[in-house]
Design a protein around this ligand. Structure first.
Ligand code: ATP
Ligand code: MG
Ligand code: FE
Length: 335
């Protein structure tokens, strides 16, 4: 089975062709980061315009790279939320037009399910599994008992992990999106600032990163006021240590309560080396039987291959398809 998948929820226009839910025949990703950087974040109107310009070209590239034609396709899949409404609508319109013109089923996919099922492109998944979803807009611990079923165990009460990286990155003078550069800087420093580990000892699976962000900003301002030269690498390392301590600590707590064979880290922040290293070490010592799956960099960030993978699960489940009334759902939840 061949699925043509679209992803346009934020600032990446992506189109992919996926075979049987796990083999990537093509995964074209056009990023708009350069257009948004000077504004320090994604500008919705600019994003929609770029999606319009890129989507047909990306579709042509995805089909030609996969060496397939519309006639070979089994279905069309598209992210319908969560995300920016104007951005989502471009992918949705393209997917609808193709589904209609070629009489193909149209499969609506939740962007967060896509991030989780990126792992299916790495290896076969065994249920139940645990997913730590860490991205620009979300931080959630999710138990997946069977295909496309999600139990939300906990989530952030304020900022998402990626959002916190982008905000403190700005203080360090790093361009949006700052996660990768902060991660690299952190590897050159040490955890000397002792920032708070919010909610780590609380008996729940929720997160909070706004206190950490404030502690970071206050420490830098205080340093500025008294003319103290703070080590940027140590600041980054201290921030990263706090974030990964909390993410790993809460995940381990969930793994005690909900036994699984696989743990997936999903979303843009899954690319974080510090998090990957700490999770690997802690799992090896406390849950050596659990298999950690972290998708490669290109599949952690927004891409259409993951949407195709999640769509195949819906196809296998014989879920109902969408019709041409499918609309964007900007605030869509996973459950
Ligand atoms: P959502 O998926 O919640 O709708 P989004 O699609 O904008 O949000 P993603 O594209 O999944 O988010 O991830 C982007 C985020 O990942 C950005 O905040 C970015 O700074 C962060 N990020 C990317 N690489 C790293 C890294 N190595 N370390 C930490 N954060 C990172
Ligand atoms: Mg993005
Ligand atoms: Fe995303």
């Amino acid at each position: 089975q061949l699925i043509l998948a679209f992803e346009s929820s934020c600032d990446e226009t992506s189109v992919a062709v996926i075979e049987n839910g796990h083999k990537i025949l093509s995964n074209i990703i056009a990023t708009q980061i350069k257009s948004h950087q000077r504004f320090g974040g994604v500008v919705p109107e600019v994003a929609s315009r770029h999606h319009v310009e890129a989507v047909l070209h990306c579709t042509d590239l995805a089909l030609s790279e996969a060496q397939v034609t519309y006639a070979d396709l089994t279905a069309v899949a598209v992210t319908y939320g969560p995300g920016l409404v104007g951005s989502l609508l471009i992918g949705i319109s393209a997917a609808k037009a193709i589904a209609y013109a070629h009489q193909l089923p149209l499969i609506p996919v939740n962007h967060l399910a896509g991030h989780i099922y990126a792992a299916q492109l790495v290896k076969p998944l065994r249920y139940p599994f645990m997913a730590l979803v860490v991205s620009g807009g979300h931080t959630e611990l999710v138990l997946v008992p069977k295909p496309d079923e999600y139990h939300l165990l906990g989530e952030t009460r304020d900022d998402a992990a990626g959002e916190a990286y982008d905000k403190i990155g700005r203080i360090l003078g790093i361009n949006y999106p700052a996660g990768k550069a902060v991660d690299q800087l952190a590897h050159q420093g040490h955890d000397t600032f002792n920032f708070p580990r919010a909610m780590l000892d609380e008996d729940n699976y929720d997160f909070s990163f706004s206190g950490l962000k404030s502690a970071f900003i206050n420490r830098v301002h205080h340093g500025d006021q008294i003319g103290e030269e703070l080590n940027r690498a140590d600041l980054a390392a201290s921030f990263q240590a706090s974030v990964s301590d909390v993410l790993v600590g809460k995940t381990l707590r969930a793994l005690v309560a909900y036994p699984v064979q696989q743990l997936i880290i999903a979303g843009g922040v899954a690319a974080n080396q510090g998090l990957h290293e700490k999770m690997t070490v802690e799992l090896a010592s406390k849950f050596p039987e659990i298999d950690l799956i972290v998708p490669p960099l290109r599949l952690c960030g927004d891409n259409a291959a993951m949407i195709g993978a999640a769509a195949q699960i819906k196809l296998d489940n014989h879920d109902e398809f969408a019709d041409l009334s499918l609309n964007a759902a900007p605030g869509l939840d996973l459950i």
